[in-house]
Design a protein around this ligand. Structure first.
Ligand SMILES: NC(=O)c1ccc[n+]([C@@H]2O[C@H](COP(=O)([O-])OP(=O)(O)OC[C@H]3O[C@@H](n4cnc5c(N)ncnc54)[C@H](OP(=O)(O)O)[C@@H]3O)[C@@H](O)[C@H]2O)c1
Length: 313
């Protein structure tokens, strides 16, 4: 099969289109003929070696964790699934990934794709929406009536977060560039602040919960502007402990290693889609062989919703 493989740590040129054996599903796994794979910032960060020490890859490595497609083979001891089922699958982060014609996933990390979403859009329910769900629902425990402030509302995580926070009954304020203001109002945001023109510090003081999807200087400036007792969560970085302490802000541990299977989490997002409360905007779809260009665009940091690889139609 065709697969994009990372042959070393470094720039986009370490990604090459290779011919490799089709993977065989082991016990408890299904094989998916990939229609689409989500592109996430995590993948260019991994490629550059920024995660070394935390995640050691076996090179050459096929990147990509978020695939949608059709089950084409069941491994032993799998029940409840059939060949031909249209699915959304979260791949094991330490195994070979989804920038490929086929990928294998644990059956408990697979859910049925809702008919209302294309294969490309459905990739948005994996890393991006699952992250928004984890940080807003499981960690910050957002409640109806709370004020939620989201840094970076227009990206993969942010677009899902705005909609999930609205579905929970929160009042949502978010930040974006001018060209994304109407997009975010369309997703349900109550207030959208143009972060290039206005200082977010002037709007964040009312928030009960802040979700930061930007990191860096944005995250560094955030605790001091928050009200005491409010909750700060960030998938994009680790808040400065001294600043957090000084500001009297709460920061739940953001570790993912709960041991829980991904299927039930993703099913909650599918339920929101089926209830008309969550949709996914596909910003741009690339061919498999253009994965390096897709990662380069992701690295520029201005995707509106999802960037994807369209592998099969
Ligand atoms: N820890 C985890 O488990 C986990 C999981 C998923 C993601 N992440 C991390 O979370 C971050 C977000 O991921 P993502 O997939 O949503 O990324 P993404 O899709 O690339 O996000 C792009 C968005 O960021 C916005 N943005 C850039 N600079 C901004 C700023 N200064 N203020 C406000 N918005 C800004 C852009 O908005 P405009 O175009 O409107 O400027 C764009 O819409 C990344 O750092 C990613 O690595 C972590």
């Amino acid at each position: 099969m065709r697969a994009i493989r990372m042959h070393d740590y470094g720039g986009p040129d370490v990604l090459r289109l290779d011919d490799v054996p089709v993977p065989e599903p082991a016990a408890g796994q299904v094989r998916v003929r990939v229609h689409a794979t989500g592109i996430n910032p995590f993948e260019w960060k991994l490629r550059e070696g920024r995660m070394r020490g935390r995640i050691e890859l076996q090179l050459p490595h096929i990147p990509g964790f978020d695939v949608t497609g059709v089950i084409d083979k069941l491994g032993p001891e799998v029940s409840g699934w059939s060949e031909g089922d249209e699915v959304i699958a979260a791949l094991n982060r330490s195994a070979q990934g989804g920038y490929a014609d086929y990928a294998v996933a644990s059956a408990e990390d697979v859910v049925r794709k809702p008919a209302s979403l294309s294969f490309e859009a459905a990739t948005g329910l994996l890393t991006p929406a699952a992250t928004a769900y984890r940080f807003l629902v499981e960690l910050a425990e957002v409640k109806a009536g709370q004020n939620v402030f989201i840094h970076g509302g227009a990206g993969g995580v942010g677009s899902a977060a705005v909609q999930i926070a609205k579905a929970l009954g929160a009042h949502v304020t978010t930040t974006a560039s001018t060209y994304n203001i109407d997009y975010l109002r369309g997703l349900g945001a109550d207030e959208v602040i143009n972060y290039r023109r206005y200082r977010f510090e002037d709007y964040i003081g009312q928030a009960d919960v802040v979700l930061d999807n930007v990191g860096g200087d944005t995250l560094a400036r955030t605790p001091a502007a928050m009200k005491r007792g409010a909750v700060l969560v960030s998938p994009a970085g680790v808040p400065n402990a001294e600043e957090v302490e000084k500001a009297g802000v709460r920061t739940p541990s953001t570790a993912w290693n709960t041991g829980a299977a991904f299927g039930p989490r993703i099913q909650k997002l599918v339920d929101l889609v089926n209830a008309g409360k969550l949709r996914v905007n596909v910003d741009k779809a690339f061919r498999l062989e253009d994965a390096a260009a897709a990662q380069e665009l992701s690295q520029q940091g201005h995707a509106r919703g999802k960037l994807v690889l369209k592998v099969h139609s």
